[in-house]
Design a binder for this molecule. Structure first.
Ligand code: SAM
Length: 311
């Protein structure tokens, strides 16, 4: 359905947990996350089914780290079974991907976005708190072998922290048919609030002038390519280029609340209606109509880590 600003809301991001096995400096603390507040696969299915009735066609599972859930393949299978859901992706830090890529593909997953902010072992450890870079790189290979497509890498650059590794991240798109996307640092943690750390999309283009515009694609990223590259480089610029006018998404949090916009604190609880599909769809329609025209990171009272809202 359309919201009050004529945007067709067809994309649902489903956070299945706040728990995470990494502790990325820019994301927010996951220490207080509790397994008990997570929704069961059955309830996730009921909620997503109601969103599908309201016009959602694309779902991305996120978190926290979705692969810490032992029942992740059941969640995938249940969402896959919902009529109207055309594409199903997941966003993961990739640590458990080499073990799970094939099972998730068999359960019905189409695509995967892997967060990787550095290809240098010690920088990676500094950013995430864990010495698991090799596992993530193996996970990328396994995702490709399992036939997940597309495989995309998401990287957040911070000046003086990992920005000097941008070139080697870009090189991952040279030999493999994967997209490497740089996301501008958003204000969701102490580091996120520090605007001086942000590396803008424009700065990346200046630093790598061999990148040339690729064909346009629907969504938040603008893509570039280079001679001899198998994959593409994408820039996601929520800070310097708000893309709210074409925003088609809402977010289901891991406790059953819905956030119509990432950039506002507001969230609406669907749990009281979970056993009444008609009422559920009515409530979802009301929430979609409350989606604001644009984000307002600057006015958020408490910057919530993206581990809570799923990025
Ligand atoms: N654990 C999964 C992962 O690491 O991909 C999914 C959740 S994570 C919150 C989703 C995405 O949000 C990651 O790609 C991460 O880089 C991004 N993210 C987290 N905090 C951010 C921030 N302050 N600015 C920009 N992107 C951020």
């Amino acid at each position: 359905m359309n919201d009050n600003f004529g945007r067709e809301i067809s994309y649902l991001r489903v956070s299945v947990t706040q728990r995470c096995n990494l502790n990325c400096v820019y994301c927010g603390k996951s220490g207080c996350a509790k397994k008990e507040t997570e929704l069961s696969p059955e309830i996730i299915e009921k909620l997503v089914r109601a969103f599908a009735k309201c016009g959602v066609k694309k779902v991305r599972i996120t978190g926290g780290e979705p692969l810490v859930r032992g029942d992740i393949c059941e969640i995938i299978g249940r969402i896959r079974s919902i009529e109207g859901i055309e594409t199903l992706g997941i966003t993961t830090n990739g640590v458990y991907l080499s073990q799970l890529a094939r099972q998730m593909k068999n359960a019905g997953l189409d695509s995967v976005n892997i967060s990787l902010d550095s290809t240098d072992g010690s920088t990676y450890r500094h950013l995430t708190g864990a010495d698991v870079l090799r596992k993530v790189l193996d996970g990328i290979d396994e995702a490709e072998k399992a036939g997940l497509s597309p495989v995309k890498i998401n990287a957040v650059l911070m000046k003086g922290v990992n920005s000097d590794g941008a070139g080697s991240l870009i090189n991952l798109a040279k030999n493999k048919k994967i997209d490497v996307r740089f996301i501008e640092l958003m204000p969701f943690s102490d580091e996120g609030e520090n605007a001086s750390l942000i590396v803008t999309g424009a700065e990346i283009l200046r630093q790598f002038p061999f990148l040339t515009p690729a064909e346009l694609e629907e969504g938040t990223a603008v893509y570039y390519t280079a001679d001899g590259f198998a994959g593409r480089v994408g820039l996601i610029n929520p800070i310097t280029h708000k893309f709210c006018r074409s925003c088609n998404r809402v977010r289901l949090l891991c406790d059953g609340r819905v956030k119509p916009c990432l950039g506002y604190d507001t969230a609406f609880n669907l749990m009281p209606f979970v056993n009444d599909e008609k009422r559920l769809t009515q409530e979802i329609e009301k929430i979609i109509l409350k989606k604001p025209a644009g984000h307002s990171f600057e006015n958020m009272s408490v910057p919530h880590g993206l581990n809570r809202t799923g990025g």
